[in-house]
Design a binder for this molecule. Sequence first.
Ligand code: SAM
Length: 321
Amino acid sequence: MSRTDPPSPAPSTYAIDGQITRARPVEPALYAVSTPIGNLGDVTLRALEVLAASDLVVCEDTRVTRTLLDRYAIRKPMAAYHDHNAARERPRLLAMLRGGKTLALVSDAGTPLVSDPGYKLVEEALAEGLKVIPIPGPSAILAALVAAGLPTDAFAFLGFLPPRSSARRTRLAAFAALPATLVLYEAPHRAAETLADMAAVLGPGRPGVLARELTKRFEEIRRGTLEALAAGALADPPRGEIVLLAGPPAETETGDDDLDALLRAALETQGPGQAAAEIAKATGRPRKEVYARARSLRATGDEPEASGGARDEPDNPDLPS
Ligand code: SAM
C-alpha cells in the first residue's frame, strides 16, 4: 500500500466455528452491546452482527475485548474508553457519532454501564439527539438472581457497596426494609466482611446467596443464612468474581392501625373493592376481612371522599387481584 492509499475498510464479517457470515448493515448509532461474563459462547448473534458492522469498537481494555473479537474472527478498530481517559475521549466519539459512524460500546464483561463505563457517553449522546440502541445479553445480576432460589418478583441492584464497613452498613440500612431481593457486586477479598455486615444490618436468619464465577469452569453457588455464608467465606475464602444476594425481609403481620392507615390512603383514589384486593395482597391479611374494614371506614366517613378514577364498587369482595 502506498502512502496515499486510503486504508482498506475492515471487513464486516464474523465467523462461528470457521463459518464466515457477512454482517447486515446496521443503522448508524451508539450501540451498548452486552458481552459474555466468562463463557464466550454466551455472546448473542446480534452482538456479533453489531460488532462486525461497527466502525469502531469502544471498549474498556483492548486486550480483553480482543479475545472476544478473535474468537469470532471480527477485525475492527478498537478504542479504549475507561475511567482514566473517558473525559478526553468522549468528544472524539461524539463527533464520530455526529458524522454518522456506528460505535459499539462494550465493557470487559457483561452489560456496559452496569458498574462499568459508558453512562456519560450515553447521556451526552442522548443530549445531542444521537441514537442509542441496546443490544441486550449477559449480566452477572440476572445470572445470579435466576439461580439463587430467592424471590425474583422484586429485586434491587446495589452495585458495589463502599469498601469501609461503616459506610457499607449505612448503605445497607437504607435497603434493609425493602420488600425485595438485594443483589450486589463484591470483590472476593471483601466477601466475608460484607456478608457479616449484611447479616448485622439486614437481620439474623435472612437468606442469602454467594454466586461465584458464573458461566465459568469453577462456577459455584453457596446458599444459606447471611451469617452462615459469612462464616463460610471466612473459613473457605471464595475466589474469582462474586455476586452477593439477600432475600427480602420476612413479612410481618400488619396490625389493625396500620391496616386502617393503608386503607385510608388507598381509598383516596380507589373504591373499597380494589383497595381491599391490593392491600390484602400486600399485607397477607384475608381479603374478605380487609374488604369489610374498607366498607366500614367508608360507611363511617372515616376516609376522604374518593376522587379521580375512584369508583364505588358492588358489594363483592371477589374482585380481581
Ligand atoms: N457489567 C458487568 C455485568 O453486567 O455484570 C459487571 C461489571 S463489574 C465491574 C464486575 C463485577 O461483576 C464483578 O466484581 C462481580 O461482582 C460481577 N461479575 C462479573 N462477572 C461475574 C461472573 N462471571 N460471576 C460472578 N460475578 C461476576
